[in-house]
Design a protein around this ligand. Sequence first.
Ligand SMILES: [Zn+2]
Length: 353
Amino acid sequence: MARPYPRAGAQYPRSLGEFHAWFQTDADCLDYLEWLRWPSGFVCPSCGHPAGWRIGDGRIMCAGCGSRTSVTAGTIFDRTRTPLTVWFAACWHFATGKDGISALSLKRTLEIGSYQTVWAILYRLRSVLVRPDRERLSGMVEVDETYIGGVEPGLSGGRAHGKKVLTVIAVEILEPKGYGRCRMAAIPDASAASLLHFVREGIEPGTTVITDGWNGYMGIEREGYARDRRSQNAARSRGEDPGELLPAVHRVASLAKRWILGTHQGAVDSAHLPSYLNEFVFRFNRRRSRSRGMLFYRVLELAVAHAPVRYKDLVATQRPRAVPPKPPTRRGHPSSLEMPPQNRPWRRGTNSD
Ligand SMILES: [Zn+2]
């Protein structure tokens, strides 16, 4: 039996109060992850056998091949030393905040001592947001490149957090007005190879792609797209502002820049910009979602389906920066946010084990 379409108050909490009532212990959180990972009951990750039994240490032994697995093994929670109640609280704030949350604010909210631990949790949550099978953009799509990241000169005393990163943006244009979904990617340069790769990955063939006059987009017609080329010179000769040729892309770019300066106070390292762009795109594409609790459910659903993100992978690209606080030399392990056990609404009326 497949998992039913999630309902507020049954499969995901409607409010912070409900969140606290449901996830009082680390065991509650673990059970919720188990239910998300195996909605129809245990399936062995090694051999695919659909049955097993629980052994003394909480792991499940496959009835087919005898291998032992835990609920969190092979997911982003693999071998975590952060209690699941802390992960869940972080995920709740990450998912339900309209604009997300910075590591610094989350550290204060959850009263966790280590900035590095909080930063790493948010990095891992961010890294699950891109579904490899997501649908490509279609219909009418604007595409253009811009620079994102760093701090604008004159702001906050002109602090430099790293170079700006060339970013290509695609936005669906709706009829009669409004914008649909978007895609963003950091690219090494504005060459035809970089731009066509982005277009192929993110946009359905047959789509009308609206671009400026840049030569880098010349090859897209051969790739099965219709190109609507907006010429800066033609706009200038009509007395129009050439900067307004691609209003959807410029709108989305300015929202992304404002989000980085607002939620993250501009403290986004250029090496990590791609993961922030993924988060922005995830939020933008769900901006009309009425239920923030549903986003919490979706993030956790992606998290149990996502391979582990190792600590060394995320510090490898992290460059030192002056502000906000420097990572401590050792990781702190926050204590659990446990409260006495209560009930598990997600198990009611659905399958049980
Ligand atoms: Zn097995």
